[in-house]
Each structure stands twice: as structure tokens, then as C-alpha cells.
Design a protein. Structure first.
Length: 400
């Protein structure tokens, strides 16, 4: 038996010392036309990609194009019969198995162990992490048969990503759209951390920055990108938490309990009020405006008014912790001086938090983060220039 060695590792882009190898399986859905974008997104994250294409998928995408894009051989069913133990070789030499798009037929076979092609044989033999990304019409994804098969795959340890709401084939719209390639790649990146003990924990995560109206034309806002909050939500979901996300930015629903889009601090407070009932852990990553403009019903004319009048905004986090008393609360504190330890302790006690994440303005919208984590007694950890994915992991470690 001639077993292959793992493909050569590339260390150019990925923040871990070892680049992971993804076995990317494409099945017969119209969403297969997005396979090139998934490959590119994975490679941008530093992954090495090997493709397997089913016979049905070849109606939408060619093995030749996948070979060119991945810089690796694209395997198909014909190869299964011409190379000894190909499915074992592929299963042993890859770290993550990704099926995207995954049709109802493929999900049913994965759930029941049917292995009648190269891809399914690899799935059965694979001992690493498996990710299934469904894509089909709403009627199919919502059927009891498909939902039962998805649940069986989850119970076997597969990560299910999506589907989400959006445009479908035949000018339809609804649940069943495959999540976007960039989000798939971000989820695969988050899979590389050690497992966290978050199973079934109800967690509410806020993200982004609020925008307050000054007049019908102008607003007062901040530069928060929502990247860390989104990374926290993604990683919590991947670790089996029951996640509710409230964000000022559009966030793709990869499987969250609920995603709420808000704009201003009043909407944020109302959405948190509506969601806090069953929440045990709150991570308040949203940047809430400290000041509210005194709203003018007409556009402010520069020749008539040179000042914008504001009033102090309510502290939404303090209100929530006082009203609902979650078991664990994580707050954030933006400082001028990251080495100032007095302010984090003051904020921690004022807002009744279990942890405060102290950082400075250099972190805003940055893919690298430097920050300190405080509990009631001390600064328990400090990190410099870590990726936003790793920043999220280091925070979630404290609540797992």
C-alpha cells in the first residue's frame, strides 16, 4: 500500500506556525459555481486546498479549473478506481474536510454512512474535523427529512454552517442560500483552536458601533468595525454555544439562534431587553455612543448654527447588568493609555462585569489586536498584535 505524504506546507499567510490542509468537496448544486471563490478565500487565509468534485458537480464546475485555482490535483470518481487506497490517502493527509455546497442527497448519505463515490468514502474514512455547508431551496432545507439528517450529522461531530436567507434559483428568495465564501473561510480559520466548553451555553454578543441622528441628514457615530464581536460570535457558535448576535453591521447567520441588526443605542437597548431572558453570558463588544445629539427636525444650516448640542447617553451595559444580572458579563474599555490599570477596575465595578477587556484606539478596525484582560482582582492576561480570531479565542477561554 503506497500512502501519500501530506502536501507541502505553506507558512506565508497564516498566523499559526503550521498551515492546515483542507479537503474541499464540491457537490451538485448551482452554488458549486462559487467553489473558485471558496478556494481563493481559503488560500488567502493560508490554507492548502485539495478538491474533490462529484459527477453532479461537474455540470457546474470543471476539475481542470479547480486544479488551476487550488494548485493541487482535483480528484473525481474516475480516480477512485485508478489509484490504490485514494480515499484513505486523502483522509490521512488532510486536517479539515469541507463539503460546500452540500445537497440534500449528500447530507442524507453522510448521515447514514452511504459511501458510493470518492467523496463519501473520504467522508466516512476522515477522522479530522468535518464541515458541511448546505445549499438548497427553502422547501427542502425546512423538510423534516433534511432537518433530521442535519441533526444526525451534528451528533456525529460535523459543523453545520448555514444556510442563510437570500436569493435562490428561479428568482426565489428564502432560507437555503449557501453562506458566502469569505465567511466559510473565516469559520474554517476559527476551527484551528482547541475546543472550548461552551456547549448549549446561551450567550448574547453585541458588535459594531451605534449611530445617532443629529438631524435628518447628519449622524454622530464611531469607527467600530464589529470585527471582534463577529469573531466572538462565530467562535462561540463553532464551539456549540447558543448565540444571539446584535450588531450595527450586517452579519451572516451561520447558525445563530438570532441575528438582530440595529442602528442606534436605543435600538440596541431594546433588542437586548428583548433577548436577555434566557441569557447567562453577555459579551458587550458593541461601542455605544457616550453622547446623544439633541435632535433637530430640520437640517442644521451652517450660517445659523455652529455648535451641535449633545447630552450624556445612558450606560446601556450598566442598565442591563443591573436589570438582568447575567452570570457572566464581559465589558470593553477603550483607553488612551493601555498601561492604565485604574480605569479598567473602575469600569469593571461600575458596570458589574466579571471581565473587562482594555484596549486602545489603534485596535479599531484592525486585523491585529493588542489588549489586556482584567477580572475583579488583577490583570489576568495581556496580548500584543494577535489576530482578531485569536483575540476572540483568548476572551472566550475565560468563560468556557
Amino acid at each position: 500500500m503506497n500512502l501519500k505524504k501530506k502536501p507541502k506546507r505553506n507558512q506565508n499567510h497564516f498566523y499559526h506556525s503550521v498551515t492546515k490542509n483542507v479537503l474541499f468537496c464540491i457537490t451538485g448544486s448551482i452554488a458549486a459555481i462559487k467553489a473558485p471563490f471558496i478556494i481563493r478565500a481559503l488560500k488567502d487565509q493560508g490554507f492548502l486546498v485539495t478538491c474533490i468534485v462529484t459527477e453532479a458537480a461537474k455540470k457546474f464546475i470543471t476539475p481542470f479549473s479547480l486544479t488551476l485555482l487550488s494548485d493541487n490535483t482535483c480528484y473525481e470518481d474516475l480516480d477512485f478506481w485508478s489509484e490504490n487506497n485514494l480515499h484513505i490517502n486523502l483522509a490521512r493527509t488532510h486536517d479539515i474536510l469541507l463539503i460546500a455546497p452540500a445537497t440534500a442527497n449528500t447530507i442524507a448519505k453522510c448521515a447514514t454512512g452511504i459511501a458510493n463515490n470518492l467523496m463519501l468514502n473520504c467522508f466516512v474514512a476522515f477522522e479530522g474535523k468535518k464541515v458541511i455547508v448546505p445549499a438548497m431551496h427553502a422547501e427542502m432545507i425546512n423538510s423534516k427529512i433534511v432537518q433530521n439528517n442535519i441533526e444526525k450529522c451534528k451528533n456525529m461531530g460535523c459543523l453545520i454552517l448555514g444556510p442563510t436567507y437570500g436569493n435562490l434559483l428561479s428568482e426565489d428568495k428564502g432560507e437555503g442560500r449557501m453562506i458566502e465564501p469569505e465567511e466559510i473561510a473565516r469559520c474554517i480559520t476559527s476551527l484551528q483552536f482547541n475546543k472550548l466548553n461552551l456547549r448549549d451555553k446561551p450567550i448574547l454578543i453585541t458588535a459594531g458601533g451605534t449611530t445617532e441622528d443629529i438631524d435628518p441628514v447628519r449622524t454622530l457615530s464611531n469607527r467600530s468595525s464589529g470585527k471582534l464581536g463577529e469573531s466572538l460570535a462565530r467562535l462561540a457558535y463553532i464551539n456549540d454555544a447558543k448565540v444571539i448576535v446584535i450588531s450595527s453591521h450586517l452579519i451572516e447567520n451561520i447558525g445563530y439562534q438570532k441575528v438582530v441588526k440595529i442602528s442606534n443605542s436605543n435600538e440596541l437597548k431594546q433588542s437586548m431587553d428583548d433577548s436577555m431572558g434566557s441569557i447567562e453570558t453577555l459579551i458587550m463588544a458593541a461601542a455605544v455612543s457616550d453622547y446623544l445629539p439633541i435632535y433637530q427636525n430640520q437640517k442644521i444650516r451652517r450660517e445659523k448654527q455652529t455648535e451641535i448640542l449633545v447630552e450624556k447617553n445612558e450606560d446601556v451595559l450598566s442598565y442591563i447588568t443591573k436589570t438582568y444580572e447575567p452570570k457572566i458579563t464581559v465589558g470593553f474599555c477603550l483607553q488612551d493609555d493601555i498601561n492604565d490599570s485604574k480605569t479598567p477596575f473602575e469600569k469593571l465595578h461600575q458596570k458589574k462585569c466579571n471581565y473587562i477587556i482594555a484596549n486602545d484606539s489603534s485596535n479599531i478596525a484592525n486585523d491585529k489586536r493588542s489588549y489586556k484582560i482584567y477580572n475583579a482582582n488583577s490583570c489576568i492576561d495581556s496580548f500584543k498584535d494577535v489576530s482578531v480570531h485569536e483575540a476572540a479565542y483568548n476572551i472566550l477561554k475565560n468563560i468556557s
